[in-house]
Design a protein around this ligand. Structure first.
Ligand SMILES: CC(C)(COP(=O)(O)OP(=O)(O)OC[C@H]1O[C@@H](n2cnc3c(N)ncnc32)[C@H](O)[C@@H]1OP(=O)(O)O)[C@@H](O)C(=O)NCCC(=O)NCCS
Length: 159
């Protein structure tokens, strides 16, 4: 009999300190100006909602959410290049939205580079709306880049 070993489906679980080496590896692979190990460690220490999407053998993506009073902020969401375009990013963002609702946040905000058209398409599709811009928010290869600020109302009845 031939055993066929298939990669198990990734599941969402809480991020741990021992995930950070892999998380930083994905971060560095996916962003031109990546967060450092120290930033992720501080997010864990601060009690932010830090989650990974992982198979039994590897972390393939992660998301970080902060909640203060009635406002939540999606600070980071990333899927490793090898796993992009498989619906994982949408799944992770939806999970972060659920978490924000669980914390009774009324509104969820995020910032995204105007050049990041893939992420903007994802956020649009999920129901975020552009509500403004922060001029010169991000470092860029040539100077600075604006941020598009997007938001989603969480008190609205769900479909
Ligand atoms: C943005 C990101 C999280 C999307 O993750 P993903 O798993 O590839 O996304 P999904 O497969 O769920 O795609 C959802 C939708 O997003 C859009 N999208 C995602 N990747 C795209 C691409 N390469 N080209 C065009 N549209 C894309 C599409 O609308 C897609 O829906 P479709 O596949 O039905 O057309 C991922 O590309 C990523 O991690 N990028 C690097 C980090 C980053 O930029 N994070 C966002 C910072 S604000």
């Amino acid at each position: 009999m031939v055993a066929i070993l298939k990669e198990d489906a990734p599941a969402v679980r809480a991020m741990r300190l021992d995930d950070l080496a892999r998380v930083v590896e994905l971060e560095t692979e996916c962003y031109e100006f990546p967060w450092t190990f120290g930033i992720f460690r501080d997010c864990l220490r601060a009690g932010y909602e830090c989650w990974v999407l992982a198979t039994s053998s590897e972390v393939i993506g992660y998301g970080v959410l902060s909640v203060a009073a009635s406002e939540a902020h999606l600070l980071n969401v990333c899927i490793g290049r090898a796993h992009q375009r498989g619906g994982h990013g949408s799944r992770l963002v939806r999970r972060m939205i659920d978490l924000a609702r669980w914390h009774h946040a009324a509104r969820l905000f995020l910032e995204v580079r105007p050049s990041n058209t893939h992420a903007i398409a994802l956020y649009d599709r999920i129901g975020f709306n552009e509500i403004g811009r922060r001029p010169n928010y991000y470092p860029a290869k040539r100077g600075r880049e604006d941020a598009i600020v997007m938001a989603m109302e969480l008190n609205l009845p769900q479909d």
